[in-house]
Ligand binder design. Structure first.
Ligand code: DX5
Ligand code: ZN
Length: 214
């Protein structure tokens, strides 16, 4: 389990300048770069595929944190691994053999995450804890950045922290200076943030505020 990690989500960054975005994230001190991959089926939105990781990899020092919001992640794992992913997270609600997907991610030598949407209870993630390094608790409905944090997710974070004391617990959606304090107190240690970081005057200060340093 890591200390507090900031995972900058590129979803609401300037997608016309990914090289600049990668540099800004490196300069901000955020350790991870979060890629929200959406297939237009699991969620209505479509974002990007593994070719974007290929394009960004030479310009980033970050750990590539891939969040697959897709119906069948098994078809994507190898592609994203070859493109430079360091972690791949699949949803417990995916239409595939989730355990097999987590084991495939590990077979390829990557960190594996299991994610649950807001309406999915913690009990759906708990059976996979043994096969995962990280549990991602969605704190907004998956699909778009810039949404409001769902405070009802705090008990779920506490429940999963109790069930998985040594694993990383990641939260994703609506994370800012205020909500980051709530989720850290509940037990989350990996904080995904997009809008809050990329709208900030000073991204390094914004990242430090998420850590509770200012
Ligand atoms: C939702 C996405 C967002 C994004 C970060 O599917 O996963 O949560 O990463 O969103 P904001 O902009 O709220 O930090
Ligand atoms: Zn995400």
């Amino acid at each position: 389990m890591h200390g507090t990690i900031i995972s900058a989500s590129i979803l609401n960054s300037d997608l016309s300048d990914l090289r600049g975005t990668a540099r800004k994230v490196d300069e901000s001190g955020a350790e991870w770069l979060h890629f929200d991959v959406m297939d237009g089926c699991f969620v209505e939105n479509i974002t990007f595929g593994s070719s974007v990781l290929h394009a960004v990899k030479p310009y980033s020092r970050a750990f590539f944190d891939v969040h697959l919001m897709v119906n069948d992640p098994t078809r994507q794992i190898q592609l994203f691994a070859e493109a430079g992913a360091d972690n791949i997270t699949v949803h417990a609600e995916s239409r595939c053999d989730v355990r097999a997907a987590l084991r495939e991610i590990h077979r390829l030598g990557l960190s594996a995450g299991i994610a649950v949407k807001p309406h999915t209870p913690a009990s759906e993630a708990i059976p996979y804890i043994g096969d995962a390094d990280m549990i991602l608790v969605m704190t907004v409905e998956p699909g778009y950045g810039g949404q409001g944090f769902i405070p009802d997710m705090l008990p779920k974070i506490r429940e999963l922290r109790k069930a998985a004391p040594d694993k990383d617990i990641e939260v994703d959606g609506g994370i800012n200076a205020e909500t980051s304090k709530l989720v850290r107190e509940a037990g989350a240690n990996v904080l995904v943030a997009g809008t809050y970081l990329f709208r900030a005057e000073d991204m390094h200060k914004a990242a430090d505020s998420l850590r509770g340093l200012i």
